[in-house]
Structure formats: structure tokens, C-alpha cells
Design a protein. Structure first.
Length: 161
């Protein structure tokens, strides 16, 4: 891994860490009310619980990534192999752009045709773009999608479109 990749990963880790801190301290308290239809005032689980949990997980992952990148950077500087230039592999770059485009299509389909159909259509596209041909991975993706639907629909009592 070249020093450019390490720096890019460090910048992204810092951005995600800042985003999670912004969500925890500014966005969630100012945008999400504590009351909800399924919790009481005395309840420990309220409408901010899941957003806080997601933001904390994102911040923790970003911090772990940042520490990992710093370790890689130190190791790279010790070996002094960071001087060579890395070539851009355009096939991987186009693959990343295609995955991003599928994520945008997923967002549009999610609003227009709903969670179930959007998940059925776009998740296999991402696996195909990434070159995954194992049928078990497709089942796992659909299983996770069904589990997420169940969590939101039945546990959190949030109706998905």
C-alpha cells in the first residue's frame, strides 16, 4: 500500500470520526425527539437509542481504522518503500464508481418501490459488480436484508416504505 492510499484512508477515517461526533453531539439531540409511540418517558430505549448506537459504532470503526492506518504509515516510513509511485488500476476505480451508482439507484428505488423490492434488485447487482459468484453470499445478503426488515418492522416498530 502506497503512502497516497494511506493518506486517503486516514482522511476518510478522520471524516467518519468527525461525522459520528457531529451526529452524537449535534444532529441527534437537536433533530430527534425523545418521545415515540412505543417507548415511555422512563424507558431506557427511546427514539434516540438506535441513532446513538449507529453513530457510536461508526465512530468506533473510524477510530480503529485511523489507528490501523497510523500503524501502517509508521511501518511504511520505517521500511522507506513509500518512494515508488503506485499505478492507478482503472478497472477497480470503475468498479467502485459502479457500486456507488448502484447505491444511488438503491436510494431512489427505496423511496419509489419500497425496501423489499429495492433490496431484491440492487444487492445482487453489487455482488455481480464485485465479481462474487458464490451463491451462499447471495443468500447471506438476502438473509441480512430480511433480518433488517424484521428488526425495523417488528422490534423497532418503524414502517419501511
Amino acid at each position: 500500500m502506497g503512502s497516497k492510499n494511506i493518506k486517503a484512508e486516514a482522511v476518510l477515517a478522520i471524516l467518519f470520526l468527525l461525522l459520528s461526533l457531529w451526529a452524537i453531539f449535534i444532529a441527534i439531540p437537536s433533530e430527534i425527539n425523545l418521545s415515540s409511540t412505543w417507548s415511555t418517558v422512563d424507558s431506557r430505549v427511546n427514539s434516540r437509542t438506535f441513532p446513538y448506537f449507529a453513530a457510536i459504532i461508526m465512530g468506533t470503526a473510524a477510530l480503529i481504522q485511523l489507528i490501523s492506518v497510523i500503524k501502517k504509515y509508521i511501518a511504511l516510513k520505517k521500511t522507506q518503500q513509500g518512494a515508488r509511485q503506485d499505478k492507478i488500476i482503472w478497472q477497480k476505480e470503475l468498479r467502485a464508481i459502479a457500486v456507488f451508482a448502484v447505491c444511488v439507484v438503491y436510494g431512489i428505488l427505496f423511496v419509489n418501490i419500497g425496501y423489499i423490492f429495492a433490496t431484491l434488485i440492487t444487492t445482487p447487482l453489487v455482488l455481480v459488480i464485485l465479481g462474487d459468484r458464490k451463491w451462499q453470499h447471495y443468500l447471506i445478503v438476502y438473509g441480512v436484508g430480511a433480518a433488517m426488515y424484521g428488526i425495523f418492522q417488528f422490534l423497532l416498530k418503524i414502517r419501511l416504505p
